[in-house]
Design a protein around this ligand. Structure first.
Ligand code: ATP
Ligand code: MG
Length: 559
């Protein structure tokens, strides 16, 4: 990223620690890592961790690794490994040659487990998972020692080797650390280091019949990679004493220090891979990249620029207390970024036909429209005006209330970049619905101004019927109706109105030729991007975000 964004980047307690460690000479250079488990797609919460880890490395001239914590083959897939790399790159970060996998360290981790056994600090336990759980005690009561806790070292080494060789079925035995069943920290009550799992691993295939626990793999992987600042979310604070115990009791090559920060939570969203996986598997959404999903793939498909995401993450900052961010703040960042860059186009979502009675039949003309009001470098384009047009159904009312300034019988309005028109007659079908308006235009008002200085109170967008292109437009609402949906009952919290599909929309022809991925503003409607469901002859657009700034209202109401 640019120097400018570095300079603007706020400070937080982790950056302060990093700066102090460099200043004091504790570290000559810093190494961070982003350590996803490849058991799902990345979401908004991960973006916070990515921006933090990669951002710190960039700002302080260090390195940031991408390390897959791939210790549970039952849930991990190559598809996720690929998607995670794609998403981190899309967000704008580069791990250089720092691509690693915990599975690359399986042999070393195994040797370290043997080291603990030899030192009398690990043992093979034949109890079932349930027995181990029951003997673990509670927050107020100590646990009880396993009957296998005092197994001789040789027997432990032998059993552990046979676990690896695949002699025992899943769940028959585990390797546990021998720490303290009475510890006030439950994580230190002889945690499981290895479990038997006869499962094919995306990278190591069938080579292993045992897999290390996340806790046993995570800190040591950091140490192998000489991570200086091991940054993770608050729920791992209680695991830090265990990670330190491993570092104290193993001949590790370096001693990373762990720092915890608050997870990102966002209203109307659930940032949990478990929930997101179930939304996909249960068919509640069309896939991981459904534009309603808070996944990076979904946000990208929806049209959210990576820049807006980085800006949002910068604004929310990094703190030590958990909190929930209003989704309006995210939308605000998206709107702001798109407002700067997106070219303006005209599209009519719910068309109403207008015939300009005094415009000659079989004639048309080209008018000039600006592509961006604040960015003249985006230039202008030609749009066609003719006798038949479409306007938005909402922009007309036959019997308007007092403050309705748009089109109604006898009323004059401006058509953007074109002329003033006046409604003369309303045509209805047998059911009484308005199906067409007969209007007249004032040829003297070309470009949208009257030479006699008379004013109109509304300027409306439109497209010409002769060359407008039909399109399908998808409007998205919040995936969850409640601001703070209950993760345990997520299916019943889904917003039934989260997707509205409009067909028969009419868009200006420039949109068919625009670069497919580019975001555009449909004037007076919002920001849109072409969906990949489009094909030649069938345009599909996603609404990224509407124009209305609800966040500013929320913020104003609160202050
Ligand atoms: P989930 O709870 O969604 O399953 P996770 O923490 O299990 O997420 P990981 O793949 O282990 O997912 O996460 C990789 C990194 O991203 C971790 O360091 C984790 O702390 C961080 N992370 C995950 N969710 C968030 C979040 N909501 N806010 C900030 N960081 C997050
Ligand atoms: Mg995790």
């Amino acid at each position: 990223m640019t120097d400018e964004s570095t300079a603007e980047a706020g400070r937080d307690f982790i950056r302060d620690i990093v700066a102090a460690d460099l200043a004091s000479g504790k570290h000559r250079s810093i190494v961070t890592r982003f350590p996803p488990e490849p058991n799902g797609y990345l979401h908004l919460g991960h973006a916070k961790s990515i921006c933090l880890n990669f951002g710190i490395a960039e700002e302080f001239g260090g390195r940031c690794n991408l390390r897959f914590d791939d210790t549970n083959p039952a849930k991990e897939e190559q598809e996720y490994i690929d998607a995670i790399q794609r998403d981190v790159r899309w967000l704008g970060f580069d791990w250089g040659d720092g691509l690693h996998y915990a599975s690359d360290y399986f042999e070393q981790l195994y040797a370290w487990a043997q080291h603990l056994i030899r030192a009398g600090k690990a043992y093979v336990d034949d109890q079932s998972q349930e027995e181990i759980r029951l003997a673990r005690g509670t927050l107020t009561e100590p646990g009880t020692n396993s009957p296998f806790r005092d197994r001789p070292v040789d027997e432990n080494l032998d059993l552990f080797a046979r676990m690896r060789a695949g002699e025992f079925p899943n769940g028959a035995r585990v390797l546990r650390a021998r720490i303290d069943m009475a510890s006030g920290n439950i994580n230190l009550r002889d945690p499981v280091l290895y479990r038997i799992l006869h499962a094919s691993h995306p990278r190591t295939g069938a080579a292993w019949n045992i897999y290390p626990s996340y806790d046993f793999a995570h800190g040591q992987s950091d140490s192998i990679e000489h991570i200086t600042h091991s940054i993770c979310t608050l729920e791992f604070e209680d695991h830090r004493p265990l990670y330190d115990w491993f570092l104290d009791n193993l001949p590790v090559p370096s001693r990373p220090h762990q720092y915890e920060f608050a997870r990102l939570n966002v209203t109307h969203t659930l940032l949990s891979k478990r929930v997101l996986t179930e939304l996909v598997r249960g068919g509640h959404v069309s896939g991981w990249d459904d534009p309603r999903m808070p996944t990076l793939a979904g946000l990208r498909r929806r049209g959210v620029p990576a820049e807006a995401l980085r800006e949002f993450i910068k604004r929310i900052g990094v703190a030590k207390a958990n909190s929930t961010v209003d989704i309006g703040m995210f939308e605000f960042a998206v709107r702001e970024t798109l407002n700067r860059s997106a070219p303006r186009r005209m599209a009519v979502l719910r068309p109403l036909k207008v015939v300009i009675e005094n415009y000659p039949e079989d004639e048309s003309e080209e008018l000039e429209a600006v592509n961006h009001p604040d960015d003249p470098s985006q230039g202008t384009r030609r749009i066609r005006f003719g006798r038949e047009l479409y306007i938005e159904q909402d922009d007309f009312m036959e019997h308007p209330p007092k403050k309705f300034f748009r089109l109604s019988p006898g009323k004059e309005v401006r058509l953007r970049y074109a002329y003033f028109i006046t409604c003369r007659e309303v045509i209805k079908n047998a059911a009484g619905d308005v199906v067409e308006l007969r209007c007249t235009y004032d040829p003297e008002t070309k470009g949208g101004n009257a030479p006699d200085g008379r004013k109109v109170k509304a300027t409306m967008h439109w497209v010409s019927a002769a060359d407008a292109v039909p399109a399908e437009i998808r409007l998205y609402g919040h995936l969850f109706a409640a601001a703070q949906p209950d993760a345990a009952n997520f299916a019943s919290e889904l917003n039934p109105q989260s997707l509205e599909t409009l067909s028969g929309c009419m868009v200006e022809p420039a949109l068919a030729g625009d670069h497919a991925e580019a975001a555009v503003q449909f004037e007076r409607q919002g920001y849109f991007c072409r969906d990949r469901d489009s094909s030649s002859g069938h345009l599909v657009f996603n609404r990224t975000v509407g124009l209305r700034d609800t966040w500013a209202k929320v913020a104003a109401a609160e202050s």
